[in-house]
Design a protein around this ligand. Sequence first.
Ligand code: ZN
Length: 133
Amino acid sequence: MNKIEHIGIAVKDLAKANELFALIFGKPHYKVEEVISEGVKTSFFEVGPNKIELLEGTNENSPISKFIEKKGEGIHHIAFAVDNILAEVERLKNEGFIVLNEIPKKGADNKLVVFIHPKSTNGVLIELCQDAS
Ligand code: ZN
């Protein structure tokens, strides 16, 4: 893995959270994107070299809505940039980690993404992401 690509934060109300985090970071988000297949609406902030993703569930079956129901708002995942997502999936599977989707999905921000189950990672949902283009 190369670096932290972004940190994902689950929020109940994206519009309100955008205002709050704009106050924290001293600048507004630079984009909003809906990933219909995942039932999420996202926004992204740039903080120096780092990115923060806010996620709101768009329906009650959305993984974000379920997460908030169980744990409340807060840090949802940490995403790491990888060069070869299929090779990383293979490697982590062989190490015994639980891969949630072995076939990379199209995520926000033009990325191919795979999630590693928090059960196998000390409670941290890990997202691998590779540039889709
Ligand atoms: Zn993410």
